[in-house]
Design a protein around this ligand. Structure first.
Ligand SMILES: Cc1cc2nc3c(=O)[nH]c(=O)nc-3n(C[C@H](O)[C@H](O)[C@H](O)COP(=O)(O)O)c2cc1C
Length: 381
């Protein structure tokens, strides 16, 4: 297929995979699409290691990284300083977590018999997790610098509008820039900052989402930013959804949830099993994980934060820091019914483990069947 993004990035298929797993990146790119590594949860050293592995295995095919690029500095004024641009030490942030929130998490663990971390490992385990949270523009910028050590073709920005100078720096290296948006206004601002590709993500999507569904959002964004190409994201796991996305004007598709059920995914067996038995309505929007609305699998953990009269979740990144220990305890002890993970509404279609190759094969087959069906409908007169 030769859509605008295929031509721009030298791809055979307009299929983009957002993933935290290097094996998925490699498989998708080798199949002709583009694997994009979600780097937000890596330290610079880990990212360097992952990208080196990808580079070694990808056989020269194009790939990308997804990083939270620092916002515009020029919009900050002394009267209204941009909070995003203020560096915070981990200690400062931890000190800002109210005691009653800490107590709430501790009571939750006791009430639900969540085992403690082994006392000899607890501090090291927690510190390792804290180190993986990129909370400041400085730490995100250092991830961009690591990405620039490799021949990445695409840098994707997960949140907010990148500074024009950041975009120019990437362009000067021949790297294209994409940004995720959930609203038309945001898409227009991204294009003004020089972004090359817009990823319009509907509310069905796994991870942080807005409220506008894909069916409504995609054509709105396509029209608003034309001729800048748009990738459709949110709720795409099969070929009919791919056909719909292209019919609505997208130049390609951007999928995240569907790779979680593959043998290459980063998830363990217990979490995958929970995904395979979940229905679409189990992919709820909650602020329990990060403080921002995030679509994820409903669990005892998200339920605890949804009880009437419960404390409100803290703003990002305090909620992530607050809940980190409890989530680590749940994960290590595999307390299945409390295990959650970001996932979109297509979880209801994911019933058994697959492989990246099979996902792509099925996607394209069903895409062809659906275009055939539409053609037949047009010919039936
Ligand atoms: C587990 C998971 C984590 C995600 N984390 C990020 C992230 O760090 N950055 C980002 O740009 N998008 C993130 N997303 C959103 C994806 O990029 C993508 O837009 C979304 O998964 C598309 O919708 P779908 O889940 O219906 O395929 C995440 C999605 C999932 C499922």
């Amino acid at each position: 297929m030769k859509t605008e993004v295929c031509k721009m990035l030298g791809l055979e298929l307009p299929v983009f995979a957002f993933t935290h797993c290097r094996d998925v990146v490699v498989e998708v790119s080798r199949a002709g699409g583009m694997g994009v590594l979600g780097a937000v949860g890596f330290t610079p050293e880990q990212l360097r290691e992952e990208l080196a592995w990808i580079d070694e295995h990808i056989q020269g095919k194009p790939y990308g990284v997804d990083i939270l690029i620092p916002g515009r500095t020029e919009t900050s004024s002394p009267d209204a300083p941009s909070r995003a641009n203020q560096p915070h030490s981990l200690e400062d942030l931890l000190a800002r977590i109210p005691q009653q929130h800490r107590q709430f998490m501790e009571d939750y663990c006791i009430k639900n018999n969540i085992p403690e971390l082994p006392s000899d490992l607890a501090a090291a385990l927690l510190n390792a997790e804290y180190g993986r949270i990129n909370m400041s523009p400085t730490s995100s910028a250092s991830l961009v610098d690591v990405a620039l050590e490799f021949p990445v073709s695409l840098v994707v920005n997960a949140l907010g509008t990148p500074a024009k100078e950041q975009v120019d720096k990437l362009h000067a290296r021949g790297i294209k820039v994409a940004s995720l948006v959930g609203k038309t206004e945001h898409a227009i601002a991204q294009v003004a900052a020089g972004v090359d590709i817009i990823v319009a993500q509907g509310s069905e999507a796994g991870g942080h989402t807005g409220n506008i569904s894909s069916m409504v959002l995609w054509p709105q964004v396509v029209d608003a930013v034309a001729p800048v190409p748009v990738l459709a994201a949110g709720g795409i796991g099969r070929g009919r959804q791919m056909a719909a996305a292209l019919a609505l004007g997208a130049e390609g598709i951007w999928c995240g949830s569907i790779w979680l059920g593959t043998e290459q995914s980063e998830l363990g067996t217990a979490m995958k099993e929970r995904l395979f038995t979940a229905k679409s309505e189990d992919a709820i929007q909650s602020r329990a994980l990060s403080g921002k609305p995030c679509r994820m699998l409903r669990s005892g953990f998200s339920d605890a934060w949804a009880q009437p009269g419960t404390l409100p979740p803290l703003p990002m990144p305090l909620q992530t820091l607050l809940t980190l220990e409890a989530r680590l305890r749940i994960e290590r002890a595999e307390v299945t019914e409390h295990m959650g993970y970001p996932v979109g509404q297509i979880v209801g279609d994911m019933q058994q483990e697959s492989s990246v190759k099979t996902v792509i094969y099925d996607l394209l087959n069903e895409f062809l069947e659906s275009t055939h069906r539409i053609n037949q409908l047009l010919e039936s007169e």
